[in-house]
Design a protein around this ligand. Structure first.
Ligand code: HEC
Ligand code: HEC
Length: 367
C-alpha cells in the first residue's frame, strides 16, 4: 500500500515536471518567435553610381538572406538536383564553364550562361535577348524552363512551405510565413542586386591605389580609343563604343558579327520585339570578370579572349543587322599588331575581381 502511494506520487511528480518543462519550451518558443525584420541592407557600390533599385523592393538584410538561400536551393528544380548556383557558380563569376548550359534532364540549353553580377545596374532587360524586363520576372523563368530546372511554381511553394527554416525566413523577410511565387521572385531579385563586383585591378587603378603595368595600360588606351583607318598609329579598337560605363555595357542589343546572314539560327532580340531589324542581336554584356567566363558569346562559340580579339580585328561576318560601327572596320580591320592584341587581353584581365570569388556574403549558406 505504502509502495503504491509512493509510486503513484512519483508518477504524478514526473508528469508534472514533464508538463512544466513542455510549458517552458513552448513559452520560450513564443517569446523568441521569429519576427519581421526590415533592417536595410547596405550595398557597397564604391566607384559606381547609386544603383536604380525599385522602390517596392528595397534590399533588407533578411530579404537578401532569403534570396541567397533560394539561389542555392535545389528544391527549386523538378528533381531537386539543380539550383540557380549550379549554372551561376561563384568561382566562375556566377557563370558555368559549359558552352551551353545543361539542365536537370541532362539536356543542353540553347545559350551560354551569363554572369549574375552587377545586375543592379542592368537597366535594359535580362537574358541575351532581354525577354525579361525586371529581375523579379527573370528569376521565375529558369525554374519553369523545361530545359533548365523544369519545376512548377506550385510545387516549389509546396516544397518550401514544408520547411520551418523557410517559413521562418519568409516571416523575417516579408512579415508573413506564407510563401508565394511573388515573394520568391522578390527575394531572388534582392540577392542578385546585392552581388557587386567593384574591386578589380582596374577599379584599384581608377581609385589611384596602383598603376597598371605597361601592357595593361596600352591595352586600356586601345580599348577606349576610337577607330581611325586613316591613322593606324593612332587608331584604337573602340571596344568602349559598346562596352561602356562602369559595368562595360551600354545595356543595348546589338549584332557584333559572329554570324553571316545564313548562319543566324538564333534570332536573338527579334524573338522578343518581332522586329526584323533586331535579327541576330544580343545583349552587350559586361566585360567584368571576363577572363573567368569562357567560352564567349551567347552561343559559346569563341573559346578564348585571344580569339575574341581576332574576331573583332579581322573576323567580323556581314549580315543585314551587323552594327554599322563594326561594319565600318571590316575593310581594313582593326589593324592590331600582335603586341596590341596581347595588350588588349592584358587589359581585359585587369577586370577580374578576386574578392568577388571569395566573398562569403554571396556563397552557398549551407556550405
Ligand atoms: C541550367 C542552367 C541554369 C540554371 C539552373 C539557371 N540559369 Fe540563369 N542563365 C542560364 C543561361 C543559359 C542564361 C542565358 C539564357 C538566355 O539568354 O536565353 C541565364 C541567364 C540568367 C540571367 C540574366 C543575366 C543578364 O545579364 O541578363 C540571370 C539574372 C540569371 N540567369 C539568374 C538565374 C536564377 C535566379 C536562377 C535560379 C532561379 C537561374 N538563373 C538558373 C543558365 C541557368
Ligand atoms: C558594336 C558593339 C560592340 C563593339 C564595338 C564591341 N563589342 Fe564586344 N560584344 C558586343 C555584343 C553585342 C556581344 C554579345 C554578342 C553575342 O553574344 O552574340 C559582345 C560580346 C563580347 C564578349 C563576350 C562576352 C561574353 O560574356 O561572352 C567579349 C569578350 C567582347 N565582346 C569583347 C569586346 C572587345 C575586346 C571589343 C573591342 C575589340 C568589343 N567587344 C567591341 C558588342 C560589341
Amino acid at each position: 500500500m505504502k509502495y503504491k502511494i509512493l509510486i503513484t506520487s512519483f508518477i504524478a511528480v514526473t508528469v508534472l515536471l514533464v508538463a512544466c518543462k513542455k510549458d517552458d519550451t513552448e513559452q520560450q518558443a513564443n517569446t523568441s518567435a521569429v519576427k519581421y525584420d526590415p533592417t536595410p541592407y547596405t550595398m557597397n557600390h564604391a566607384g559606381f553610381p547609386a544603383p536604380p533599385i525599385a522602390d517596392d523592393n528595397l534590399l533588407t538584410i533578411q530579404g537578401v538572406q532569403l534570396g541567397r538561400m533560394l539561389f542555392y536551393e535545389k528544391m527549386l528544380s523538378g528533381n531537386n538536383t539543380q539550383s540557380c548556383g549550379s549554372c551561376h557558380q561563384q568561382q566562375f563569376a556566377f557563370t558555368d564553364t559549359a558552352k551551353l548550359s545543361v539542365g536537370i534532364h541532362g539536356l543542353l540549353g540553347k545559350r551560354n550562361s551569363m554572369t549574375a553580377v552587377n545586375m543592379a545596374w542592368n537597366t535594359g532587360g535580362f537574358f541575351w535577348d532581354g525577354r525579361a524586363n525586371l529581375l523579379r520576372q527573370q528569376a521565375l523563368m529558369p525554374i519553369q524552363d523545361e530545359l533548365e530546372m523544369d519545376e512548377t511554381l506550385d510545387n516549389v511553394i509546396t516544397k518550401l512551405s514544408a520547411s520551418k527554416t523557410y517559413r521562418d525566413q519568409f516571416m523575417r523577410a516579408f512579415g508573413s510565413e506564407e510563401i508565394t511565387a511573388n515573394k520568391i521572385a522578390l527575394a531572388l531579385e534582392q540577392f542578385m542586386n546585392s552581388i557587386i563586383s567593384n574591386d578589380t585591378k582596374y577599379d584599384k587603378y581608377r581609385r589611384g591605389e596602383l598603376t597598371l603595368d605597361s601592357s595593361e595600360e596600352r591595352g586600356r588606351v586601345l580599348f577606349f580609343a576610337e577607330y581611325n583607318p586613316s591613322f593606324p598609329e593612332l587608331s584604337g579598337a573602340d571596344c568602349a563604343h559598346c562596352h561602356s560605363g562602369p559595368n562595360f555595357s551600354n545595356n543595348r542589343y546589338m549584332n557584333n558579327g559572329t554570324k553571316s546572314e545564313a548562319e543566324i539560327t538564333d534570332i536573338g532580340r527579334q524573338g522578343v520585339t518581332g522586329n526584323i531589324n533586331d535579327k541576330g542581336k544580343f545583349k552587350v554584356t559586361t566585360l567584368r570578370n571576363i577572363a573567368l567566363t569562357p567560352p564567349y558569346m551567347s552561343d559559346g562559340s569563341i573559346k578564348t579572349l585571344e580569339e575574341v580579339i581576332d574576331h573583332y580585328n579581322n573576323g567580323l561576318k556581314e549580315s543585314t543587322t551587323l552594327d554599322p560601327a563594326l561594319r565600318f572596320t571590316r575593310e581594313k580591320g582593326l589593324m592590331l599588331t600582335a603586341q596590341d592584341k596581347a595588350d588588349l587581353v592584358a587589359f581585359l584581365k585587369t577586370l577580374t575581381d578576386y574578392s568577388l570569388l571569395n566573398n562569403t556574403a554571396y556563397s552557398d549558406p549551407n556550405k
